[in-house]
Write a protein that binds this ligand. Structure first.
Ligand code: ADP
Ligand code: ZN
Length: 642
């Protein structure tokens, strides 16, 4: 049992208590289901093993028995209290059949006074037997199977460590299916991963820690445990994790979340335990869990049907394994996990000391694609005119896996026409095939969508650059970044801020709405791509009114009752209906004003918007300097004109 108990964290004692209770409930349910299972087994055992064992003879009616005595066919009988068993001549007289067969018949209730006489007359050997002891029968019928079941249970229990379920252990399903790759067999380093420099940079610390854990700790580094790699499929998350193990020279355990989701409650948890047991023995090591959302899905809200218990147990086991690492000084195990949907993960997984490091792995931009194409074409004979740079330009939206796939496909096409080298035409044909596949999976944006996203992000960037109080732009990108974002604009604060003025907040809102404003200014129509922007802008505007007292109409009164609930967006106001109406009006006013302001700015700098968008469509990612330059150039042109 003790393995299942989650060590209390700093701020989660009550949660853990609840979890423990839940676990105990699960245990009880487990035992009850085992009991039912056993009873059914017992019944089957009796029906099909014990009964046929006791009643194996041919049963004949008493009258037939009597007539068989008369005709001299009965050889020997034993008289029991309520039945007679014995042997008689086999009526089947073929050569192969045995001469005698056992039989049984039920004695008549009052006893047959003429029986002994008849037996004597026919010269049948007879004897009397003691009635079988009821205790013996009972033991045979119930005791034996019960003992067997208990034995199975006991062995299973021992095998699974604690709290598991017997059958799982015996059948070996509690064994983890993870594959261990020894350090010398990994053969992958960061050199084999293209276009992931940011992620690689963030992983350096992990490598440092795995290589020299003591030194790392003595320098006061906070000991890392879990790293969550977030990004769309095929962007090289598995590759990165493996390369991390390769760089650090530690064994790599690879498994997938779906391997832990099984029919039987307890099996997944047993597998988790087994996996970490293996990893600890090989420590220092990296455990990689692909598709962690299969086990780590949020527990709240969802309907509780079927496999939920199982997933919860597995998740709890995982959490306790992660928490349990503290004791393993000097022999660290790092858990890396990959997911495409971090938002559905159980918050317990993301808490401090667990998967508290998130590394975003996005689809590669132009430079990234060029690097990846270079890596994957190393062993392929390319014709001299093969232009890798052009190949990278031709493949926007491709993930690393798609690119590897395309190169491979091109090599196959070249081989099919027995060419000496892969040409650009081969690659183009290969791309078409890959694109057809991707479009089916709707993972590729069409050109129009890409342009819209480019305008949208340029809008954010330009408004941010133009407004005096907004943070400067660090990076703009139209490479999708998972979580439904089709592009992103990154702003870098120049300093830490603790107080924000009303003007600064307004500028922030204007930047958030800059994306939608650009779409409207250029296209005259708007898209669904701004829903996240709108949500954040409304939240901020609402806080300005209700918490910060920044509305003249409402004054410095706090209308939000408690701490504003960020996640639920619940601002549970304590105000009269009339005031609530004014609050709504004020929020709307702030949003409207800032939206107008963003539109105005973009109209004034329309040519900068066009030039930045054009540049984004080519290189997909630009830095802050490019934004400044786009503004400077077009401003220059404006002033040159009379
Ligand atoms: P994920 O785990 O993110 O779904 P994988 O790591 O399984 O993606 O990628 C599958 C394959 O695609 C890799 O084995 C590799 O050949 C190729 N690949 C993906 N991303 C990259 C990259 N950034 N650099 C080089 N190859 C990559
Ligand atoms: Zn946006």
């Amino acid at each position: 049992m003790k393995n299942l108990i989650i060590p209390p964290g700093k701020d989660e004692d009550s949660k853990d208590k609840k979890k423990k209770e839940e676990l105990r409930e699960n245990q009880i349910r487990l035992w009850i289901s085992y009991l039912i299972f056993s009873l059914i087994g017992l019944w089957l055992f009796q029906q099909f093993i014990i009964r046929p064992m006791l009643i194996r003879e041919l049963e004949i009616p008493y009258s037939e028995f009597k007539s068989k005595i008369a005709s001299g066919q009965i050889i020997e009988v034993t008289l029991e209290q309520d039945r007679i068993i014995g042997t008689m001549k086999n009526p089947d007289t073929t050569d192969t059949a045995s001469e005698t067969i056992p039989f049984t018949t039920v004695a008549v209730p009052e006893g047959d006074p003429t029986l002994i006489e008849a037996l004597d007359a026919a010269g049948v050997k007879y004897s009397n037997s003691e009635p079988p002891s009821p205790v013996g029968t009972f033991l045979l019928a119930y005791g034996l199977p019960l003992a067997l079941i208990s034995l199975i249970w006991y062995i299973g229990y021992r095998q699974m460590g604690a709290g598991g379920m017997g059958v799982g252990g015996i059948l070996g399903v509690g064994k983890s299916k993870a594959t261990e790759v020894k350090p010398e067999n990994i053969g992958i380093t960061f050199k084999d991963v293209g276009g992931a420099d940011e992620a690689i940079g963030e992983l350096q610390e992990i490598i440092q820690f795995l290589k020299t854990p003591e030194q790392f700790a003595s320098l006061g580094g906070r000991i890392p445990k879990g790293v969550l790699l977030v990004g769309p499929p095929g962007t090289g998350k598995t590759l990165l994790a493996k390369a991390t193990a390769g760089e650090a020279g530690v064994p790599f355990f690879e498994t997938s979340g779906s391997e832990f989701v099984e029919m039987f409650v307890g099996v997944g948890a047993a597998r988790v335990r087994d996996l970490f047991e293996q990893a600890r023995q090989a420590a220092p090591a990296i455990v990689f869990i692909d598709e962690i959302d299969a086990i780590g899905q949020s527990r709240g809200g969802a309907m509780r049907i079927g496999g939920n218990d199982e997933r919860e147990q597995t998740l709890n086991q995982l959490l306790s394994e992660i928490d349990g690492f503290k004791t393993e000084q000097g022999k660290p195990v790092i858990i890396m996990a990959a997911t495409n949907r971090p938002e559905i993960l159980d918050p317990a997984l993301l808490r401090a000391g667990r998967f508290d490091r998130q590394i975003t792995v996005s689809a590669p931009d132009l430079t990234g694609r060029l690097q990846i194409l270079r890596i994957h074409s190393q062993d392929i004979k390319l014709s001299p005119d093969f232009d890798l740079d052009r190949a990278a330009r031709m493949t926007p939206g491709f993930s690393g896996a798609d690119l590897a796939n395309a190169i491979n496909e091109a090599a196959l096409l070249a081989a099919r026409r027995s060419a000496a080298a892969v040409t650009m035409q081969d690659f183009e044909a290969a791309i078409e095939r890959v694109i057809a596949g991707l479009e089916k999976k709707s993972r590729l944006m069409n050109e129009q969508e890409r342009t819209t996203v480019a305008y949208h992000e340029s809008g954010h960037a330009l408004v941010a650059e133009l407004l005096p109080n907004a943070d400067p732009v660090a990076k703009v990108s139209i490479v999708p970044r998972g979580r439904g974002a089709l592009g992103y604009t990154m702003q870098m604060p120049t300093e830490d801020r603790y107080l924000l003025t009303c003007e600064e907040l307004e500028d922030r809102i204007a930047v958030m709405l800059g994306g939608r404003a650009a779409e409207l200014v250029v296209r005259g129509t708007i898209s669904t791509g701004a829903s996240d922007d709108i949500q954040r802008a409304s939240e901020l505007a609402r806080r300005m009114v209700m918490e910060f007292g920044m509305s003249d109409k409402l004054g410095m009164v706090r209308y939000a009752t408690q701490q504003y609930q960020f996640l639920s967006g619940d601002s549970s106001a304590s105000a009269s209906p009339e005031t609530l109406k004014i609050i709504d009006e004020e929020v709307q006013r702030i949003i409207r004003e800032q939206y107008q302001r963003a539109q105005q700015l973009l109209k004034e700098h329309r040519s900068a918007l066009e030039s930045l968008t054009r540049q984004l469509l080519v290189t997909e990612t630009v830095d802050g300097a490019a934004v400044k330059q786009a503004l400077a150039e077009t401003n220059g042109r404006l002033t040159e004109q009379p």
